[in-house]
Design a protein around this ligand. Structure first.
Ligand code: NAD
Length: 469
């Protein structure tokens, strides 16, 4: 990792981490004043060295050749979607565990494709995959700490990078993704599947059709009881719990925030301006552990610092407000909220419902059935049956994979670019800083360096199949 990210940047990152762990608590902690100076630099960002990637179309390719780094639960699930997308060829797979790569290989073969090459050679084994000349797009589905080094290396090796969420969790790393995408002219997208959920695309259609009026507020969340998964001795249990010992922040903001950003044209006419964040205490994992683990289990010595509830309020440059929330450590039903409020009505998920002033609904939520035919998104109309049959997260995974490959095959501009990856991931580090400063407002960096002011589309609401240019 150190050869990809400079020592200075790691020190800056450590400095921000020290804020999160208590300003005076560590001998290495910077004083508040020094930290603020560093923070200001990170908000302004480094000088731009290469042209923007906003609006840059993919080079058109009939067949899209994929390399996969990380063939764990998510990598294999994504692979199962991609092999069913027309025009995809899986060239190579990489993991640190050969059994997982073999399981992934079997998925490709079962789909009728030739056996992909396998690269298994420790944590840095992915470089061998990146050296290949038969890959156009690298899909990264590894633990969070690997997303940035692997995406940077992929772009430097001349490949587009599609990384799992969040793209990164420090501001220096997010800037590095932006700068490297601009320098290499390769796209770095976050594969934020929730933007392609049925409800999210239905709500996007309502917004774009003007049914909700002027948009004033949105809410999104990742509220999902992961306690048993976090303590498993396999898969995410091997790495995800560690993050709860390191940062008191919104660890996973993008599932809730990405769709709301699309409703509000973030980076396309509006931008995140500043955030205030608040964390509750963190008894959830401690109490769960006390109840479930044996007294001599080494995990009893872990100290969990991530608040059970981390709640963020974002103000946008155009004056809208957004609430983002993270809770994975208390018993509760799954909820991404997915709410968008306008001057003429509101949409909210879990369950899907609307309130439209025009229908004189007398302050009661309405079922969406009567609006389905008119406002179902064209991607779901066209591909909903296939997507539901393949099943990943109710079908949204297939819709996302299909759309990404369609953009490459037709030479279109990607729906989500490196600026979205950076802005939607930024609540991670920004909430950490705000929480450490007693919920003080913290400005967002403008990763687009002014490009946000230009209006442009995110996920199109109507079918287009001509090359952008
Ligand atoms: N978008 C979604 O809906 C969704 C769902 C689940 C997980 N995820 C994300 O996907 C990513 C992976 O999660 P997961 O559930 O598959 O976890 P996992 O632990 O099942 O899989 C991670 C895989 O990465 C491998 N790995 C670790 N270090 C590596 C390295 N240096 N090089 C190559 N391979 C390496 C591991 O051996 C493992 O097979 C995470 O970022 C997670 O947040 C997203």
């Amino acid at each position: 990792m150190t050869d990809q990210i400079s020592r200075r940047e790691l020190l800056r990152t450590a400095a921000l981490g020290s804020i999160g762990l208590g300003l005076a608590g560590s001998a290495n902690a910077l004083t508040l004043k020094e930290s603020e100076a560093t923070l200001e630099q990170l908000i302004v960002g480094p000088p731009q060295k290469a042209k923007s990637m906003i609006g840059v179309p993919f080079e058109r390719r009939e067949t899209v050749r994929l390399g996969f780094i990380g063939t764990g639960l998510r990598g294999r699930s994504l692979l199962g979607e991609f092999v069913n997308v027309p025009g995809v060829k899986v060239a190579a797979l990489c993991d640190v565990v050969s059994e997982k790569a073999e399981l992934a290989k079997a998925i490709v073969e079962k789909a009728g494709q030739p056996a992909p090459a396998i690269h298994v050679d420790g944590n840095e084994g992915y470089h061998a995959l990146l050296e290949r000349d038969d890959i156009d797009l690298v899909v990264i589905a590894t633990p969070w700490e690997w997303h940035v080094p692997q995406a940077l290396a992929a772009m430097k090796a001349g490949k587009h990078a599609a990384t799992e969420v969040p793209a990164g969790y420090t501001l220096p790393h997010l800037w590095k993704l932006v700068d490297t995408s601009e320098a290499t002219r390769k796209h770095c997208m976050m594969i934020e599947n929730c933007c392609y959920g049925w409800g999210e695309l239905f709500a996007l259609n309502l917004v774009k059709a003007g049914v909700l009026g002027t948009i004033v507020h949105g809410e999104g969340a990742y509220n999902h009881d992961l306690r048993s998964i976090l303590f498993e001795t396999k898969d995410e249990g091997l790495w995800r719990r560690k993050h709860h010992t390191q940062r008191n922040s919104n660890l996973y903001p993008t599932h809730g925030l990405g769709p709301v950003a699309n409703y509000m044209d973030i980076n396309r006419g509006d931008k995140f301006d500043y955030m205030v964040a608040m964390s509750s205490g963190s008894p959830g994992l401690n109490e769960y552990r006390d109840e479930k683990l044996a007294k001599d289990d080494p995990r009893n010595s872990e100290k969990y610092v991530t608040g059970d509830y981390n709640t963020n309020l974002i103000k946008t440059a155009k004056g809208r407000s957004i609430m983002v929330q993270h809770n994975v450590t208390n018993p509760r039903p799954y909820d991404r909220i997915n709410l968008v409020q306008g001057t003429k009505g509101i949409y909210r998920d879990y369950p899907a419902r609307v309130y439209l002033e025009a229908t004189k609904a007398n302050h009661q939520w309405q079922d969406i059935d009567q609006y389905k035919a008119k406002y179902e998104h064209y991607l779901w109309k066209e591909m909903g049956d296939t997507a539901r049959r393949l099943g990943g997260h109710g079908g949204m995974d297939y819709i996302m994979c299909y759309r990404l490959i369609q953009c490459i095959r037709e030479g279109l501009v990607p729906d989500m670019d490196v600026y979205d990856a950076a802005a939607w991931s930024a609540p991670g580090p920004i909430s950490e800083i705000s929480v450490a400063k007693g919920s003080a407002p913290v400005r967002f960096p403008d990763f687009t360096r002014g490009g946000w002011q230009k209006s442009r589309e995110s996920i199109p609401v109507a079918k287009k199949s001509m090359a952008a240019g």
